[in-house]
Design a binder for this molecule. Sequence first.
Ligand code: AP5
Length: 224
Amino acid sequence: MRGSSNSPLRLVLLGAPGAGKGTQSQLLCARLGIPHISTGDLLREAQHAGSRLGREASRYIDRGEFVPDDLITAVVDQRLRHSAPSTGFALDGFPRTLNQAKGLDTILSHKGVQLTGVLFYDCPEEELIRRLSGRWVCDGCGAIFHFEPEDPAVKQPCPVCGGRLYRREDDTPDSIRTRFKRFYESTQPLIEFYTRRGILLRVDAAGEVEEVYLRSLAALSISP
Ligand code: AP5
């Protein structure tokens, strides 16, 4: 992995829908003290705020389609523009296409920095579907949970902050099918792209959250 043990980590988390990118980003960012930048969260916040970006994004997100490359790359550029080059980050859900990966290279080269590593979370499809069908998210703190349909916890407030738990609008069978299709078509080629660059870190994403977290730290050569 590129970068010394003292330099901030600049990470990308790649993986199919439900692989655990959001869950692992939250744990890694808390441990490493780096900001978590989730393009899915940025777009959903824009949707809830009813901004122009949100209205544009809504045309794609609920159907499980990608928003256009130039739009999402501009969102990330804007988010990274004001951070110091010495600040690390974990980009969750960006890039997802080769065009976006090239856009990210340009953004980082203007800051004179490079990615440290790309964590690829690899998980069997039946487990991904199981996870997405039981996902609940807190509207207060953004914590992500998995509950079985009959679990009474789904009617309770968020155990972390007391916020309201909700199901994402794109966690429907049709939208999930489209998201998988887009992942295999467009995001999978990034695995080869970053492997050629020598920065791809493959993590087995099957198993308990804590196990996957420990594998992520090991891939980054960080002690628990
Ligand atoms: P985004 O929000 O990024 O959705 P996604 O890529 O489909 O990924 P998910 O958030 O569904 O899954 P995840 O891997 O984060 O899993 P999680 O940790 O939540 O993007 C949404 C939409 O925005 C896209 O479809 C697109 O329209 C648009 N968009 C965003 N970025 C874009 C871009 N760059 N370009 C174009 N469009 C873009 O976990 C899932 C569930 O599993 C949870 O319930 C969790 O509790 C559970 N879980 C996690 N890990 C484990 C484990 N180890 N064991 C058991 N359960 C687990």
